[in-house]
Design a protein. Structure first.
Lengths: 425, 425
């Protein structure tokens, strides 16, 4: 295992690593589904066999982290418990069971000239993943990229260095055992920050960067990248309860969207309620949220109806709480709700609760977010729930992939043309 | 019409223009197919009525160009002849007849939880087009973006300034007449180069940049852009004649791919011929190319077979001639052909001529270009021939759109979820 201190010339190291990734990506693009699944299986088995070694290396990171005074939350994300190793291995097995997107041919149509034109799904090439403390991302991301025929360059957080290197070693043994190049998955073997700078500015070697981590990391990378970035920024998700909502559905969805889990990006952060029903439904919701110990911050109208509701500041409407806090605003009608959403949403997920056909249809069309829902909890917005299998992130961008990004989001297409000696006249 | 000299603060001007484009894009995204078609029709009619004015403004550009000593080819591209105005108007009418991609709902499926998940096609938002001397791009690009629900910011070449402004005025009158905001299409009213720098670094206002022009322009823009770029670089297209090719198909396709038009990006620049049939087919092809006065530059083996063939240099294999010149290389087999292609192709279009099923299938899979063909001329690689209608360019990139980019390439998708009070458990 090459250690950080041994790498003198970072740019040269990254250039060579990039060249190896590019070469491996060509081999991997032509690999059969069987070969890719065999490699994934070998990786899962190696991780299973290396459990003790993984935990020992993880222990080195945890000790170094404690010595450095990392906070409890970060140490928790860093830890590889037996359960987390189980999940990592199960995740790979699930990816084996997904169908291979590569080589899919679709839209084949005859043209008036007689040629037959359609498209074939192909890998993107080399995917760079830049992530923070969770070492399980190393296995999850590598497996998704491998199945979609992409070589991967992974750069994890420095505090997880030994854990990531140990996982990478398992991945590379699995690849070698199955006959695929070990360079299909490379983990950057240095904690030097210059490696990130190099990764995001090598379009000749890396086709797309996927940053996984906090907003700060993603913004920094997007700002300096010279390759496309699949961005997952924050999730300021809204539920709008229309005055023609079914009360039971409205109640269930609002409570579920906020309280089923607090720390996820598809959790509701702002509830919008139509004026005409606010006095009926807000007291019920207020009582239920109190039971869940959710702090409520409301507009003046909401505070009048709900005792114990704190006045919301301007900042509240633009905040992803990721915790038991909810902002509530009473709006005149759906138009005011859509205006509020288009001004304050992060473009992740919004839901309307209504029985009105025309409003449901308009909300679906006019709200510009990666997921738009009718009568469903925002908590459904993820790759598993949508049937994509695992996801590598949720894109809040519009270019290339949008919403949960599964295997298909890691692919491109090419046109294919079948002729019989056809020439253009 | 605001003139270049009147704009003092370019950054402020571009910021305001960008804000107006963003605001207009929201209105345009919600416009019905009927409204968009009505606007396109009004634009076509206005251009028809303004023919004389258009030609007068074009005359100003031509005179200035002649005074500046522009070369004949550039002056030709700059000129708006009555025929070119006809084509511009016909182009808009064709775009009216294309079906509207926006709002298309597809892949709706029930999930085990009971929610129904699918996708809806939506506009990208604001498209920035940066182009060189041809003023017809102003109308073509604006019409494609309008139909796909995107606002446009156009920045044409300084030598076509008055022509572009005149076309822009027609577009804006057409938009206003149909009730859509005139800001849906804005042409930058300054020749200051700082405007380009501003356009490519305003992600808050512009979602994607499409440069139309020479390789130099596209590379410059890609290097400095802070928004995604749909790139159309050069077309170094290959035809490989396999030793199991049908001779008639091989002959017809090779001649057509090179000589049907010389200056297009889908013209063959390099012919690869399998060793086993080189002595049979090359003399026939050589004679035909001589008749077309195509200069041949070959590998040593080719030069031995073909009298009058000039030895090719290393540079030839990487050159887009855009003229009556062809490089020819004799290869051992398809593997060597694919190796050559993957090393020298620009990723635009490649074709194999063969009757062998397995080789045809392998070529389609293993050649990594935006169009890959079997027994068809590379000249078919364009949006009209593929049935996309008009195209805004041919992307040689893999991210987002690849190959000819028509209306669909100017769109994104969002997930939509229909429930009936569904919550996540």
């Amino acid at each position: 295992m090459t250690m950080s201190s041994e790498i003198v010339d970072i740019n040269r190291y990254m250039t060579e690593l990039g060249q190896r990734a590019r070469a491996a990506s060509r081999r991997l693009a032509a690999a059969s589904t069987g070969d890719k699944n065999a490699a994934l299986l070998a990786i899962a088995q190696d991780l299973e066999e290396q459990r003790e070694q993984l935990m020992a290396e993880n222990q080195r990171d945890l000790e170094a982290g404690r010595a450095k005074g990392l906070d409890a939350a970060l140490l928790d994300r860093l830890e590889l418990t037996p359960g987390r190793i189980d999940s990592m291995i199960e995740g790979i097995q699930q990816i084996i069971s997904l169908s291979d997107p590569i080589g899919e041919i679709f839209d084949m149509k005859y043209r008036p000239t007689g040629i037959q034109v359609g498209r074939m799904r192909v890998p993107l090439g080399v995917v760079g993943i830049i992530y923070e403390s969770r070492p399980n991302v190393t296995a999850d991301a590598a497996a998704l990229c491998l199945k979609s025929g992409n070589a991967t360059v992974l750069r994890g957080g420095s505090e997880a260095f030994h854990s990531n290197q140990a996982i990478a070693a398992s991945i590379q043994r699995g690849l070698e055992q199955s006959g695929l190049p070990a360079d299909c998955v490379q983990v950057v073997a240095t904690t030097d920050r210059a490696a990130v700078g190099a990764m995001i500015t090598m379009p000749e070697a890396i086709d797309v960067i996927i940053p996984r981590g906090g907003k700060g990391l993603i913004e920094r990378i997007s700002k300096d990248a010279r390759v496309p970035v699949i961005k997952h920024l924050d999730g300021i998700c809204h539920v709008y309860i229309d005055d023609q909502a079914d009360n039971v559905k409205a109640f269930d969805i609002a409570i579920n969207a906020k309280t089923q889990r607090y720390g996820t990006c598809n959790t509701m952060e702002t509830l919008l309620v139509a004026e005409a029903i606010a006095e009926d439904i807000l007291p019920l919701l207020g009582a239920a949220f109190s039971e869940h110990e959710v702090e409520l911050r409301g507009c003046p109208c909401c505070c009048e109806i709900l005792e114990g509701c704190i006045p919301a500041t301007d900042e509240d409407w633009d905040t992803e709480y990721l915790g038991p806090v909810l902002s509530i605003r009473v709006v005149k009608n759906m138009d005011e709700a859509i205006d509020h959403i288009n001004r304050h949403s992060s473009g992740h997920t919004e839901s309307i609760v209504t029985e009105n056909y025309t409003r449901a249809r308009r909300f679906l069309s006019e709200v510009d977010s990666s997921s738009v829902m009718v009568n469903a909890s925002t908590r459904f917005a993820d790759g598993f729930e949508y049937g994509l299998g695992a996801e590598i992130g949720i894109s809040t961008d519009k270019f290339h992939a949008r919403g949960p990004v599964g295997l298909e989001g890691l692919t491109s297409v090419k046109f294919i043309v079948l002729g019989d000696g056809h020439i253009r006249t």
